[in-house]
Ligand binder design. Structure first.
Ligand SMILES: [Ca+2]
Length: 82
């Protein structure tokens, strides 16, 4: 099965989603896979450095997209879509 290797490097000047900062993390998936891969949460950081590697399985390289979302982590709720 083909594999897509992705490195999430960093973010710059991300939006504020808490009082004056955010706790960003990145979610990735290929196609409509149920499982999202996630980076670690970078607390209180609008310029996070992740440098995390992911190997994602691809069933059909001609038809599947790579979905990338950036979220703000919160203790109480699931987070806010960027
Ligand atoms: Ca937060």
């Amino acid at each position: 099965m083909p594999t897509l290797q992705v490195t999430v490097v960093s973010g710059k000047d991300l939006a504020v989603r808490d009082r004056d900062t955010s706790d960003p993390y990145v979610k990735l998936r290929v196609g409509y896979a149920q499982q999202w891969h996630k980076t670690r949460v970078q607390k209180n950081n609008l310029n996070p450095v992740f440098n995390e590697n992911f190997k994602l399985h691809v069933d059909n390289p001609d038809e599947q997209n790579l979905d990338i979302e950036v979220w703000d982590s919160d203790l109480i709720s699931r987070g806010i879509f960027w």
